[in-house]
Design a protein around this ligand. Structure first.
Ligand code: 4AD
Ligand code: MG
Length: 414
């Protein structure tokens, strides 16, 4: 038997060789004496002709089949889903058939960019001497507010699916130094938006003995390193170019903008808050306003120093202005927020007051607050939503297209 080769690899690409390929018929065009088949195997595509003379094929690479066997016949009723992104297809039909839609060229290239991006993040973290850990997904504490908790019965006790691994990462600093994780996070989001999932891949990092400026510098360096590493893979750079022809790596340094300046910016540009009123200090900058601002500025923004009243309980206050926190959101054009991070309250008394202020019982958090009792340190970190990062990098309209099997309100299948 000739050598068995994967499509799109150098072995399948040497002219004049006899090879054995196995794949699925991706596209087929039958003429009188000749059948053109685009064969796909997840590695690449190869045009095959079953009879007749050699014809022109993409990349001038073509397999002239002198023998073939059919391994299994396929029903033809869902061809439109697998062979092209059908922009006019009902989205629910596409989500129902995600297992087949993934075979399309667009979906599969997004998944390949996703894999390369994960590889790049891990490498960038390792280059920074950070250690990967895997905190639990089943927890009994909240991180980002009670309204988005998925609750379940855990041997008769209440437990939740984790919203963020942050608190666990913080506890690793004394034993492991700087750490990161790539884990699913869960949010019972009530709203259906193009950037919210119920389950998403959360890339989180926590750094010890740092200042807020160190945190921002690190974030900028990691994001840029990940883009460089991803584009350094020729096949992946090709996919990104097809998906997002206008993509340019962002220039450094990223624009740094305080929340209070963003409020002024929004007022100056007549972009109203959710009540249709001019933005005031203390307002949440909602998704629509945030996206408008980012699209107009059209470059990455570090939005910093959010008021403590609109941010999570654990965020450290700014020593110069106690109304605000040492917090940062990274905003990208087309998507808005892709990262949320902050310095953490490292003083035990202050953290206890924060629980009180929020009306939260600190006792289930003893393992977290102990961190402040047994050798505290200035530290901070962040979480990046992988699907949002990809929506930006690959210019996808929705994060749902950047998840293998997206979970969102009303969908937990397939
Ligand atoms: O801003 P968030 O809620 O921050 C945290 O969870 C922190 N505890 C992270 C940390 O400091 N370790 O979420 C972080 C990021 C967001 O910026 C967004 O990219 C993503 O997670 N994210 C979601 N992505 C998809 N669907 C959702 N429902 C998301 N919620 C947050
Ligand atoms: Mg956030």
């Amino acid at each position: 038997d000739p050598e068995k080769v994967k499509l799109g690899t150098p072995e399948s690409d040497s002219p004049g060789t006899r090879v054995r390929v196995l794949g699925r018929v991706h596209r087929m065009r039958a003429q009188k004496d000749v059948v053109f088949i685009t064969l796909a195997d997840g590695y690449g595509y190869l045009q095959c002709i079953l009879t007749g003379d050699m014809q022109h094929a993409p990349n001038n690479r073509e397999l002239h089949a002198d023998f073939f066997t059919i391994i299994g016949r396929a029903a033809g009723d869902k061809e439109a889903i697998t062979t092209r992104v059908a922009p006019d297809a009902d989205p629910q039909t596409l989500y129902d058939n995600r297992h087949l839609a993934l075979r399309g060229e667009t979906s599969s290239s997004v998944m390949k960019v996703r894999s390369a991006t994960l590889r790049a993040f891990r490498r960038a973290f390792e280059e920074n001497r950070m250690l990967e850990v895997t905190p639990p997904a089943m927890v009994q504490t909240q991180v980002e507010g009670g309204s988005t908790l998925f609750k379940f019965d855990y041997y008769g006790e209440n437990a939740y699916l984790t919203q963020s691994s942050q608190l666990y990462l913080e506890t690793c600093l004394p034993s492991l130094g700087d750490v990161y994780c790539v884990c699913p996070s869960f949010r019972a989001e009530k709203s259906l938006t193009r950037r919210h999932l119920s389950e998403y891949t959360h890339i989180e990092a926590e750094l010890d003995f740092i200042t807020f400026t160190d945190l921002l510098d690190h974030l900028e360096a990691v994001i840029c390193r990940v883009i460089d590493l991803t584009l350094a893979e020729p096949e992946i750079a090709g996919f990104i170019n097809q998906l997002n022809p206008d993509f340019k790596p962002p220039s450094r340094p990223f624009r740094r903008m305080k929340y209070s300046d963003a409020i002024e910016w929004l007022r100056a540009h007549d972009i109203p808050n959710e009540e249709g009123q001019p933005h005031q200090f203390g307002d949440d900058i909602a998704e629509a306003a945030e996206r408008k601002m980012t699209d107009i500025i059209n470059q990455p923004i570090f939005l910093t120093h959010f008021p403590s009243e609109i941010k999570a309980f654990y965020m450290k206050k700014d020593v110069e202005d106690r109304r605000v926190t040492e917090s940062v959101d990274v905003l990208m054009p087309g998507v808005g927020e892709i990262v949320g991070g902050s310095m953490r309250m490292d003083d035990w008394d202050e953290l206890m007051n924060a629980y009180k202020h929020e009306g939260m019982d600190p006792s289930p958090y003893y393992w977290y607050t102990d961190q402040r009792k047994y050798g505290t340190s200035p530290h901070g970190g962040y979480g990046l939503g992988l699907e949002r990062f990809l929506a930006w990098l690959c210019a996808r309209y929705t994060v749902r297209d950047c998840s293998l099997y997206p979970r969102f309100t009303g969908r937990c299948t397939p």
